[in-house]
Design a protein around this ligand. Structure first.
Ligand SMILES: [Zn+2]
Length: 489
């Protein structure tokens, strides 16, 4: 068997001003054929798992380019076309093949392309013809367009959010591929449109039990090869926005359609109950100030660079300053220009500085003040589980007894070590302000006396009912109260 594999992935927040060009892919991950490292990143596990499977089977794996850009705004047109054509040329040169197994994300939008993954899959189908297996692993924060469903044989989607299972799902993708090529199964994909958009953390109920049930059905029902939920990605303003349920069966489309519908309507019945409770910046600061024991962690949950925002909102900092809060550390605010000024000033200097809120509306105002430059660190980094996350040249400034970390590379606040890297002891503070939606929880819950999920300003389009969509469909909940009409009570 000869199998072609490649990866092309990013997550596009169409409201973000941080646009993506080829350099952004090269900065995150750009691996030409054969150069992908042994450890997978989020969307490239089909390559590393594929190497293992091909070696076991004695099959030939032909690697194309694997590339990933961290979530941000619109992808430059020439960048998308260049990376796409690079992969298509590699596939053309590899023909004939028995299967194409891809790592995608599924929420890319490029200038001139509302559905780049649909475009890529369709062009691949044109090259390989109707009978060669074509499948991909997807992130659930994506858009399942009709074009993609038509072009591909099946998709496998991460079940967990946070996405702790991207390798396990790549293994599912390859297991179904092997069983298909060896003639044991014939995968057929059935899709149900849940007609809703929501956020579904699996670290809490009710999504935890739902995902456990999907895995239980997969384990016991021989007809069911894979079950997936496309959560949808509300920051992507695209016509086919929304939550979809996928059932991949062994040549049993009636059963697949029935199951996808039944499970999809169950999700719909729980709409609006999946997210953690959120409070605004006034309530968050009041509750943190009233706490008898620290540190209270305030998560600025929607100004999360991991969701494509700039990470420079000052709404919570402004609230803290106006309330005269002391003994606070903020980690971090993205402002490469302010960092540059602090580095030029040097440690110990006192300078007039303007920082934050320069990239987008709804993120507060730039803060002006006479600040002390406490510490500057070139190429700073924090821990992230077993690995490290760099946040570039960084400065620790102090403004009226609030310690603030300024960064020059956008990354969410994964771990308290972002503070210690700048000589701030997070455990000694009364209040810690961080920028992350969900990934911070594992590390910060170990030191926090309390965690407050704060929705401050509007850095991210987090309310589909009022987001200023231009292209997204409106026949889904919450834009429409009863999108299934009389069909569903
Ligand atoms: Zn995701």
């Amino acid at each position: 068997m000869r199998i072609f594999t490649a990866a092309l992935a990013t997550e596009t927040n169409t409201f973000s001003p941080i646009c993506i060009d080829r350099r952004a892919f090269e900065d995150s991950l750009y691996a030409p054929p054969g150069t992908h490292p042994q450890t997978p990143t989020l969307c490239t596990a089909p390559i590393t798992v594929g190497r293992r499977v091909a070696a076991e089977k004695g099959w030939t794996l032909i690697e194309g380019t694997a590339t990933w850009a961290d979530p941000a705004g619109l992808v430059n047109r020439a960048t998308y076309e260049g990376l796409r054509d690079e992969i298509l040329d590699q596939l053309q040169a590899a023909m004939p093949v028995d299967a194409v197994v891809l790592g995608l994300h599924g929420a890319m939008v490029a200038a001139g392309y509302i559905d780049p993954e649909g475009d890529l899959l369709t062009r691949i189908r044109e090259i390989i013809g109707p009978d060669v297996l074509l499948c991909a692993e997807l992130d659930p924060h994506s858009h399942l367009t009709a074009k993609r469903v038509t072009a591909a044989d099946f998709f496998v989607v991460f079940k967990e959010f946070p996405h702790t299972d991207f390798v396990a799902r790549a293994e599912d993708l390859w297991r179904i591929t092997v069983d298909t090529l060896e003639g044991r199964v014939k995968p057929v994909m059935s899709v149900f449109d849940c007609r809703m958009i929501d956020v579904f953390p699996t670290s809490r109920e009710p999504m935890r039990s739902f995902v456990d049930r999907l895995m239980a059905i997969e384990a016991k029902d021989e007809d069911v090869l894979s079950l997936s939920v496309i959560h949808g990605f509300m920051a992507g303003d695209v016509p086919e926005l929304g939550t979809k349920m996928i059932a991949v069966t062994d040549a049993n489309p009636e059963k697949g359609a029935r199951l996808a519908r039944e499970l999809g309507l169950e999700l719909f019945s729980k709409r609006g109950t999946f997210m953690m409770p959120q409070i605004d910046e006034k309530e968050a600061v009041s509750r943190a100030l009233a706490a008898t024991r620290g540190p209270v962690v305030i998560a600025d949950m929607w100004d999360n660079p991991g969701g494509g925002t700039a990470g420079d909102s000052t709404v919570i900092v402004e609230e803290l300053l106006s309330r005269g809060a002391t003994d606070v550390a903020v980690g971090m605010i993205w402002d490469p220009i302010a960092v540059q000024l602090c580095m030029a000033a040097g440690e110990g200097a006192e300078i007039p500085l303007r920082f934050g809120a320069k990239s987008a509306p709804g993120t507060g105002n730039p803060v002006d003040g006479l600040v002390e430059v406490v510490r500057v660190v070139p190429n700073a980094e924090m821990r992230f589980g077993e690995s490290v996350a760099p946040f570039g040249d960084a400065a620790h400034i102090r403004l009226r007894d609030i310690d603030i970390v300024l960064s020059s590379v956008r990354v969410q606040s994964y771990d308290p070590s972002l503070f210690t890297a700048l000589s701030i002891d997070p455990q000694s503070k009364r209040i810690l302000v961080i920028k992350s939606t969900n990934h911070f929880y594992a590390a910060f819950s170990k030191i926090a006396s309390e965690i407050l999920y704060c929705s401050a300003g509007s850095p991210y389009p987090n309310d589909p009912a009022t987001n200023p969509y231009r292209r997204a469909r409106r026949d889904i909940w919450p834009m429409t109260a009863d999108p299934h009409g009389a069909e569903v009570a």
